[in-house]
Write a protein that binds this ligand. Structure first.
Ligand code: UDP
Length: 330
């Protein structure tokens, strides 16, 4: 199947493209390269364009049977400070895409949603039918799109699967691709940068949470596992096709301090740590109920032990430094 992968030059999108190719599909990457990297597009052609370029978008859609939509801004903290940026890009540009899909007759879409749609959950692990009460514009912009897709399904026969990602991390085991954001705000790469001396230390955001060691707890999912869920999602849409949403996580969590310890152990050296206040927009604990993905998609995590996540990420960053791909600026 030919699949348009919006945001396919990004961290998750490039792993999705590789997973598609390994499963015998043909990814066509649609990315404006604002955040993505040309070197990450290795498994099919790149259309370098914005989702607001409606003519290019329509022409690209005419070539494919399905869409995997990952393009969008991803920083929770930034979304709190600049909400308009998030609504314009994540919401308005997704509307352009959905309308262009209706016009060109492409029905199936796997959408990159997020655990941030749940806000501060009342129940852990979080089931998909938990209340959606996002506490930041990033999560809210994704929730809007989930809802719009439900309405487009009843109005236009769209078949949509929203994958609610928990915390994506780790890297391709062949280190062909990996995480490379600039600026980087995510926990694991920042711990690794502190371990490698690329930044002076890692700051722990909040040590007074009601968790075992006082730091936030997250469900960390290996990006290769997450990527495979999209391929299973396409099969689900083709065979069943009922619009729905599904968590993609492991069902268990780790604290910030546990991640730091894992990098110290696997990296073989201490990581300099400072402690700071809580970060705005952070929930205390986010852990998925992971049974629906298994039942609906036949998907289960295979590579998401903390050891495998941290060791693949460490290998990737060493490789990126050795080959000059690293462009991190502290
Ligand atoms: N975090 C931290 N220091 C950092 C970056 C993140 O303590 O420099 C914490 C953050 O508060 C959260 C967890 O690490 O509890 C994961 O944050 P990240 O930004 O990686 O992902 P998010 O959960 O926001 O999607």
């Amino acid at each position: 199947m030919k699949v348009l992968v919006t945001g396919g030059a990004g961290y998750i999108g490039s792993h999705v493209s590789k997973a598609l190719a390994l499963a015998g599909h043909e990814p066509i990457v649609y990315d404006n390269l604002e955040m993505g990297h040309k070197w990450a597009v290795q498994w099919g052609p790149l259309v370098k364009a914005d989702l607001a370029d409606i003519a290019v978008l329509r022409k690209s859609l005419e070539q494919v049977e399905a869409v995997i939509h990952l393009a969008g801004y991803i920083f929770v903290g930034e979304s709190v400070k600049a909400p308009g940026k998030y609504y314009r890009n994540n919401f308005t540009n997704s509307l352009h895409l959905l309308d262009a899909m209706v016009e060109t007759g492409v029905k199936n879409i796997v959408f990159s949603s997020t655990a941030a749609v749940y806000g501060n959950p009342r129940e852990i692990p979080i089931p998909e039918d938990a209340p959606k009460e996002p506490i930041n514009p990033y999560g809210e912009s994704k929730r809007f799109i989930e809802q719009v897709m439900e309405w487009y399904s009843s109005a236009h026969g769209m078949r949509a699967l929203s994958l609610r990602y928990f915390n994506a991390c780790g890297a391709d085991p062949d280190h062909e691709i990996g995480e490379m954001h600039n600026p980087e705000t995510h926990l694991l790469p920042l711990i690794i940068y502190a371990s490698l001396g690329l930044r002076p230390s890692i700051q722990v955001f909040g040590t007074d949470y009601n968790t075992a060691d006082g730091t936030c707890l997250r469900d960390y999912i290996h990006v290769t596992d997450l990527a495979r869920a999209h391929v299973s999602g396409l099969a689900y849409l083709k065979n069943v096709g009922v619009t729905t949403a599904c968590n993609v996580g492991t069902g268990s969590g780790h604290t910030v301090r546990e991640l730091i310890r894992a990098v110290e152990t696997l990296g073989g050296k201490p990581v300099p740590v400072t402690e700071g206040p809580r970060r705005g927009g952070d929930a205390e604990t986010l852990v998925a109920r992971a049974t629906l993905a298994r039942d609906l998609l036949g998907w289960q995590p295979r590579h998401s032990s903390l050891d495998e996540i941290v060791s693949t990420a460490l290998r990737w960053h060493h490789h990126a430094i050795e080959t000059g791909l690293h462009d991190y600026r502290a």
